[in-house]
Design a protein around this ligand. Sequence first.
Ligand code: ADP
Length: 672
Amino acid sequence: MFNKILIANRGEIACRVIRTAQRLGISTVAVYSDADRDALHVTMADEAVHIGAAPSRESYLLGDKVIEAALRTGAQAIHPGYGFLSENADFCNRCKQEKLVFIGPPVGAIEAMGSKSAAKQIMEKAGVPLVPGYHGDDQSPALLKQASDEMGYPVLLKATAGGGGKGMRQVWSADEFDEALAAAKRESLNAFGDDRMLVEKYLTQPRHVEIQVFCDQQGNAVYLFERDCSVQRRHQKVIEEAPAPGMHEALRQQMGEAAIRAAQAIDYEGAGTVEFLLDSDGSFYFMEMNTRLQVEHPVTEMITGQDLVEWQLRVASGEPLPLQQQELRIHGHAFEARVYAEDPDNDFLPVTGTLSFLQPPVNSQHVRVDSGVRQGDEVSVFYDPMIAKLIVWDEDRDRALSRLTRALGEYRISGMTTNLEFLYNLANCQPFRDADLDTGFIDKHHAAIFLDGEERLGQDLPLAALYLVLRQQQSAEQSAGHSRDPSSPWHNTDGWRLNAPSQQDFTLLLHEQAYPLTVEQRRSGAGCGYRITGSDATYCSDARGVLEGNQLRANLDGYQLNATVSEHDGIISLYTANNAISFRLQKPDLGDQDSDQNAGGLSAPMNGTIVTLLVEPGSEVAKGDALLVMEAMKMEHSIRAPADGRVVSFFYNSGDLVDGGSELVEFETNPA
Ligand code: ADP
């Protein structure tokens, strides 16, 4: 076994690898960029080496710097994590030249899986089922079309050099074919400098089921069962689970053995994942093999009781696999939800900010939080905006799902928009409970997941208003407590007024909307409650509550609920078992013009490429109109008008690379 390893990564995966290394008594070396000087992975490691500037192409992607750091610190092996250098054949080769162990597969296996069509040819020979289609060298458009016609529509065009969904087009009928082919080729040439295509039968309701495989240097191979990753947004996984719901033992074994054939066909070593599409009739087809540890590996760890990073370290140091196939068992059910700094209501646009309040659910036998950040840390424009992975386990799917929703409800994050509410609603919706899964799940069940803001106002507004009056009362009581005459009528905090119920007006800003509210204190036989009304509705006739520290116990017309409160930067968040509400209190309009109202400027949420400009400079636009599309983190994002106004100019053209934080648009807001 190694004495010292270097982890060529950052964030949660770097921390994850360090934890296992520490448990095994292996010293660890972290690498870090300017942006990560104080990052958690740096403080956790025994040593850390600075390797460059914040953008990853100037630090974490610089193989030479990483190797230099390993040689300098005397590390014997490099764990690449996922992303960055993990599937980079050149880097793997360079490690070998320097006699450093690359904790991953041999370079030949990475190369073999680098091209989708070459990978398919290898898999075909190994007898691994493929999606029906054409993946040959003859690229003449007529031949591609003929192959599609014979297969029958719909078909899917894929760039052979593809990844991240780029250069991929669905074709629903023969007359759409030529146009779709031209578009997919253009996109692929732009993204990969290569426009070769393959054609596949497009499966309309498949599931994404992948098999975890492990191979050692002695030629042993096992599969650690499957993960279902069908719940995806833009072909990116959101919630994964293991085992796959409805999986039969016979199919599991067939898929597992096919995955092992796939791995052995490329002389695999270490951890790998073979991704399949599983059709509704039980047929399954090879999609690709990822030659690294996957983000979602913890669900496999939870159901098998194994530590896959430990397996990686053992195998890379030359030990045989810790267990054989017949010794592996599935126990219980696990889910993983990826908690992101992003705005699900705005096309999942990544957001940045400071984690001003961060309270994950408590780790236990059932709940595991893999994270690389602490309260006070920054989610910056430079890296993936994932805050944490929330992993839960229990004896069966229903119980594990209850654990998941409960843990999501307990997760407290302030300082930026996150997808917690979206995850909560997704995990809680009936089709997900019923495991009615396929890769179109989120689109199909959009209405159940994206609850209309209006539907929740009936509870959210009175709860927020109740909190505000109780907080006001509390601070009045505190100042009375400090006074020399606490019993002075001027310190009376029960809001009593002669002949009239006491009344207060607030305007709350919730989901970007202003809600004027009136809170009236009413006395009745059983103490005092509040009536909370909006401009044209009564939200609650009798709201009562107790505020102790950051815990609010509320009773809204006889419905009892608890909330945890956090207040930061003027944003008040109330976390209940059902959802999180974040709002601000609108300041009274004192007539002073907010100067940044008119200051133009919309900036890139992160490093990326401008895909298209959607309006002409000089155009008048309405709030929310999409102005341009940029691509970052494998996804396209629309940048939208923050208010009604005029686009004065764009600072970039389509195809330009932009750094996160760069101003993109000069924008003038219409005078109110
Ligand atoms: P990329 O490498 O660009 O991410 P993949 O080949 O891994 O592309 O496919 C990504 C996702 O696209 C899959 O998880 C699945 O949801 C969908 N997909 C891929 N191939 C097909 C197909 N033949 N039919 C239906 N959906 C597909």
